[in-house]
Ligand binder design. Structure first.
Ligand code: 0A1
Ligand code: ZN
Length: 869
């Protein structure tokens, strides 16, 4: 007997095979009967054959997964089992009228739902997550974003256990029921795709406020938390009001419902979700005060609250036709979020942050085994494509359009886009067409950004002719091959630049060259002296740019360029060069950095960013660009060597800066300025620790136990863990005792230890997995421990392969609970080709072991097969 099992080939779903839905659903009535052992969901769907569908006689096929079907009715008649076909993914009903009502009852088991998609128990509450394909786990439905419906939702539950019952839209009715139960009915007047559906039930605390829209409507704002955490909502509420005002002022977009709700939940796979009128947030992205959250967390609250709020227009009012178009809403919304955060704080710092994240996270993705265009052409598990490429590179593509058409032109284009598509689903073509039409320009070639993967490279050379005073730039563009795309067509992109004189003065102001061809020559006339080109100002396109700068030219740019981005980037280039070559830091560079540090007019946050070396990932990428392979441990050491040298040379200034800021900074302040000052202060201390560990460790130890500010505590805990075993052990124990029972704070404690740049880190992480602060069921705990470990060169990349085996093992175990989360930790293996031969072999071995498993989710299997492919 042949007992080998064959694994069915996994299906690639393709954009080119898009077909309009066969049936539309105009209205949806849902009834949730929440009981201790199950939740019964009853639906009434008003269905109608779609006139746009070519499949005139096709049956009604509803998606459905992981629930128990109880009954199906068509126009009031209950169907017998033979009247429909039920599989583990679909419910097919052949005998349906062209227009009618389908009613379905099914049972959900939220307590058993560890995948956190659909209806699930999040600690003491029930909540939902439907993007991308979670609604099908709640009830049988055509679960696709081009089916948009009006919803009326009734929820019934025990009043004591679930006093708060929420869904999208407006509360239209509520009251008591027999047996200590109660109910609420919600109606959403806007048509929406089912992925924007949301429901929350539980015992929740609430903070409320009001917002007056510019047309004079009053909106009720509510933030709900688990009991005891409402004092941590201040930043989020302030951010929400700022976001609402900003979207009116900058883009003319007003809020449209009477109520806007945010719920913070403690089990969530992503950062947050833009469900219409009822945003659901990972509590780590919305709750905290200066004594419970770090400045980085707090900065994120404003960003994420803004992001989800902005989706109300870019995502909810105008949504995506299909899941290939995620960047239509995400790229645009990230762009809007970046503009908002810049306007609320410092636009220059926001740009530096954005680009460094892009380079650190998106560039490697775009060079790896799962590189994809911002609009992928195919996928197996759509959740694998909520990526840095779709989000961050997508936002850069939107930004390039703004650079090409100007801010006013962009606003006109966006208005036209919303006007044309309000209440409907759209495609990336629709967006670009609105921009082109509003500005009467041709963006045909520009569409290649949506179809071609890989980070383009610009090779630039120049010559200056003193006699004719002409400056010539030759620009060549190329784009490396990516999986499935061997050759690329040239991109249309803006190259912003300036020309500096020998003292760094701008000779010509800002110019924007429009690149379209593989090789182009630009002649700039009337240039008085041989210039230093300041190329790719403001990072005007998501590319790598090569130009053969001398160190002296970079120093001029660093000191004087009027473009803040290029000043910072010149420093980054010099840092990378000295770190990778092992050359000593030249005095001129140290002097330039000293000038930055002591500059009275420069914001502290900008100083901190200028003094921060490119990260280990970026240095690794610089090696790849030179055709070398990465030894991550060696890269970490090279980086440390530069920090040590710099700290030695600037010791006096670093101590002076540290002391001055420490003396004047209010521990409770967490506005943008205070955050910048704190980041500079803690950078000074961390740098000094490399050069003078004996002097810094006691200072750090005092801060960990004495400070009330969480940013300071964690920065100093990091320092201790990095250097002084005895002090670290004591500080960690004290921290754990103080914050036991506060899981989001204990996540930081886990993370600090998983980040330890030391060979023994795996053993520690193994032990921590058994600690009561850890749980494989909670994505935040897993991110704090396993996620941080996966970015640790001494952990994940340990030379003996132990880190790879450990992470692969976690992926296997986690996959049984939460496939989306598991796939996230399989992704670091996608880059195996970037590392030295020994590590390549060990990473492939771990991948093969995973690939050989019989039962893997499609999420993990897609990553593993593409990694090996
Ligand atoms: N749309 C959300 C993020 C999000 C994406 C996918 C999810 O499940 C697969 C959940 C949330 C945002 O951009 O904020
Ligand atoms: Zn989003």
């Amino acid at each position: 007997m042949d007992n080998t099992t064959t694994r069915p080939e996994q299906a690639e779903i393709r954009l080119a095979e898009y077909k309009p839905p066969v049936f539309l659903v105009d209205t949806v009535e849902l009834d949730f009967d929440i009981r201790d052992d199950r939740t019964r969901v009853s639906s009434r769907l008003a269905i109608r054959r779609n006139p746009e569908s070519a499949e005139r006689n096709a049956p009604l096929v509803l998606n459905g997964q992981g629930q128990k079907l109880v009954a199906v009715r068509v126009d009031g008649r209950e169907l017998a089992a033979g009247d429909y076909v039920l599989t583990d993914k679909t419910l097919t009903i052949r005998a349906v009228p062209d227009e009618g009502v389908v009613a379905i009852e099914s049972d959900n088991d939220p307590a058993a739902n560890t995948a956190l998609m659909g209806l699930y128990a999040a600690g003491p509450m029930l909540c939902t997550q439907c993007e991308a394909e979670g609604f099908r786990r709640i009830t049988y439905f055509p679960d696709r974003p081009d089916v948009q419906s009006r919803y009326r939702v009734a929820i019934h539950a025990d009043e004591d256990r679930y006093p708060v019952l929420l869904a999208n839209g407006n509360l239209v009715e509520n009251g008591k029921e027999a047996g200590g139960r109660h109910y609420a009915v919600w109606e959403d007047p806007f048509r929406k795709p089912c992925y924007l559906f949301a429901l929350v039930a539980g015992r929740l605390d609430k903070v409320a406020d009001r917002f007056l829209t510019r047309s004079g409507r009053e909106v009720l704002l509510e933030i709900y938390t688990e009991p005891g955490r409402s004092s941590e909502t201040g930043f989020a509420m302030a951010a929400l009001k700022k976001a609402m005002r900003w979207d009116e002022e900058r883009f003319g977009r007003e809020y449209d419902l009477d109520r806007f709700m945010i719920v913070a939940v403690s089990f969530f796979n992503f950062g947050a979700m833009e469900n219409k009128g009822l945003n659901i947030f990972n509590d780590a992205r919305v709750l905290g005060r200066a004594d419970t959250a770090t400045d980085a967390d707090i900065a994120f609250f404003e960003r994420v609250v803004g992001h989800e709020y902005f989706h109300n227009w870019s995502g909810d009012r105008v949504t995506c036709r299909d899941w290939f178009q995620i960047t239509l809403k995400e790229g645009l919304t990230v762009f809007r979020e970046q503009e908002f955060v810049g306007d609320m704080n410092s636009p220059a710092q926001e740009r530096l942050r954005t680009v460094s994240v892009l380079r650190r996270v998106q560039f490697p993705e775009d060079a790896g085994a799962m590189a994809h265009p911002i609009r992928p052409a195919s996928y197996q598990a759509v959740e694998n494509f909520y990526t840095a490429t779709v989000y961050s590179k997508g936002a850069e593509v939107i930004r390039m359009i703004q650079t090409l058409v100007g801010r006013e032109g962009f606003r006109k284009g966006l208005d036209l886009y919303f006007e044309r598509h309000d209440g409907h689903s759209a495609t990336c073509e629709d967006f670009v067409r609105a921009m082109a039409d509003a500005n009467a320009i041709d963006l045909g070639q520009f569409m290649r950004w949506y179809a071609q993967a890989g980070t383009p490279v610009l090779d630039v050379t120049s010559r200056y002719d003193a006699d004719s005073r002409a400056y010539t730039l030759e620009v060549e563009q190329r784009c490396p091959a990516t999986p499935g795309q061997d050759t690329k067509e040239p991109f249309h992109m803006p190259l912003r630049l300036g020309l500096l004189d020998a003292r760094g003065g701008d000779m010509k102001g800002d110019m924007v060259l429009k690149l379209r061809r593989p090789r182009e020559t630009f002649v700039i006339e009337d240039v008085p002296e041989k210039p230093i080109p300041s190329l790719l100002r403001d990072f005007s396109a998501p590319v790598r740019l090569n130009y053969d700068y001398t160190d002296a030219e970079l120093l001029v740019i660093l000191a004087h360029d009027s473009d803040g981005f290029n000043r910072w980037d010149a420093g980054q280039k010099l840092f990378a060069k000295y770190a990778l070559s092992g050359e000593a830091l030249p005095d001129a560079f140290v002097t330039a950095l000293r000038t930055v540090l002591m500059d009275k007019d420069l914001e502290a946050g900008t100083k901190a960013m200028t003094l921060t070396l490119p990260g280990e990932e970026e240095l690794g990428l610089a090696l790849i660009a030179r055709g070398e392979r990465i030894d991550p441990v060696a890269v970490c050491e090279k980086r440390r060597r530069v920090i040590k040298a710099l700290a030695g040379a600037l010791s006096g200034e670093l101590w002076a800066t540290y002391r001055e800021i420490a003396a004047g900074l209010d521990e409770e302040a967490s506005d943008g300025v205070a955050r910048g000052q704190r980041s500079l202060k803690n950078l000074c201390l961390a740098y000094l620790h490399r050069a003078e560990p004996g002097k810094v460790a006691p200072v750090a130890a005092r801060v960990v136990s004495g400070a009330r500010n969480m940013t300071d505590k964690i920065a100093c805990l990091d320092i201790l863990v990095d250097g002084d075993a005895a002090l670290a052990a004591r500080a960690l124990a004290e921290f754990a005792e103080t914050f036991a029972g506060q899981p989001s704070i204990m996540d930081k404690w886990l993370g600090v230890q998983a980040a330890e740049r030391h060979a023994g880190v795996l053993e520690k992480v193994r032990r921590l997995m058994a600690h009561k602060a850890f749980s494989l069921n909670n994505p935040n705990r897993v991110a704090a421990l396993v996620g941080v470990f996966a970015g640790n060169p001494f952990g994940f990349h340990a030379e003996d392969g132990s880190g790879y085996r450990f992470v692969a093992d976690v992926v296997e175990r986690l996959d049984r609970l939460n496939p989306q989360a598991a796939a996230r930790y399989a992704k670091p293996f996608l880059r195996w080709r970037d590392f030295d031969a020994g590590r390549q072999a060990l990473m492939q071995e771990a991948l093969r072991k995973l690939a050989a498993l019989e039962s893997l989710s499609i999420n993990v299997r897609e990553v593993v097969t593409k990694a090996l492919g």
